[in-house]
Ligand binder design. Sequence first.
Ligand SMILES: *[C@@H]1O[C@H](CO)[C@@H](O)[C@H](O)[C@H]1NC(C)=O
Length: 347
Amino acid sequence: MIDWRTVSALLAGAAVSSACTIPTEPLGNNIAYPFRAQVQNATRPEVHNLYMNLLEAGGGDRHLFIGPVGVPTYDLTLVDGVINHVPNGVRAVIGGEIDHTTKLFMTGRGDYRAVFQPTYACNPDTDELQIELHFVTWQNQPTGGHICVRHAFENSHEFRYSPPGNTLIDVDRECIKVTLVVLPTTGLPPQSTTLSTSTIPATPSTSTTSTTPTSTPTGTTPSGAFTDLTAQGYRFLGCAPEERWTTDGPFRTLSGATESSDDMTNQRCAAFCTAQGFKYAGTEWRRECWCGNTVAATRQPATTLASLATCDYKCTGDQAQFCGGDAWLSLYERCEAGAVCENVVFT
Ligand SMILES: *[C@@H]1O[C@H](CO)[C@@H](O)[C@H](O)[C@H]1NC(C)=O
């Protein structure tokens, strides 16, 4: 294993040389010093040189996003090729949801892991030596494929895995192939422990190519994050988890009635649940509507702005609305007759 001092010396040496020289010694697949993961694709400025952030996603899992959502994370490590975040007891895995790509996220559970090989390479902008995490395999799956990022919520991109020979193309949701780069963060302040989109990331002192990700202002709810149904007598409660993101409770958060449609919108779902006599209406996976009369304590949505990020699937019936996500419900509650009907405020 290569230690931090050696890396530091190598990187410093590279900074003063005029061309990138790749060391002949191969890198092991463990990185014990803390690092931040930088995203590079020099032809795609919307993602190039931004960072991988962690977003709490229920059940202790962390979803992986490029800002503005998620928490800047400076203390990743690599264990046998697998990205770990020890403070949260999670490591990078692939799975859960498959459309034209599959989710790359972090969990403490036993999902098949994403395995990387640290590799020396030259920075595409500065030609300085850097350590890249080259994707090797999805554990127990064929070797190959690549990591990509797909536009998600607001300005954010979520991390995905595209398998080898992938021929499924969703023209509306391009997944941009990216390189993950190890930025050692020794000497930087520890990661903030509070989940907030207003966390101001420190600029890694070891990077000469970093771009500080933009952050969203606090106290405002991003426009379009949910559909205002208050005129229809429903208020938005937030993005609520299904069983996959929790540790107990029923399989379905809303188990009263359901329908699925190419014309799904939040209005349609609320009207459907009202007609069926239910109090709660939730849209999910672009085209599903679920109704119920109770929401268990473990399934209550959070009220942080960041928590809205996982309900980022556009409705099949209206691309300007979000209809939940991958095992996440855009959750609405019917207002009491005569009472003030207001959406939850997200901070
Ligand atoms: C940048 O993204 C495009 C689109 O996914 C891809 O074709 C290209 O190979 C990527 N470049 C790098 C260096 O990953």
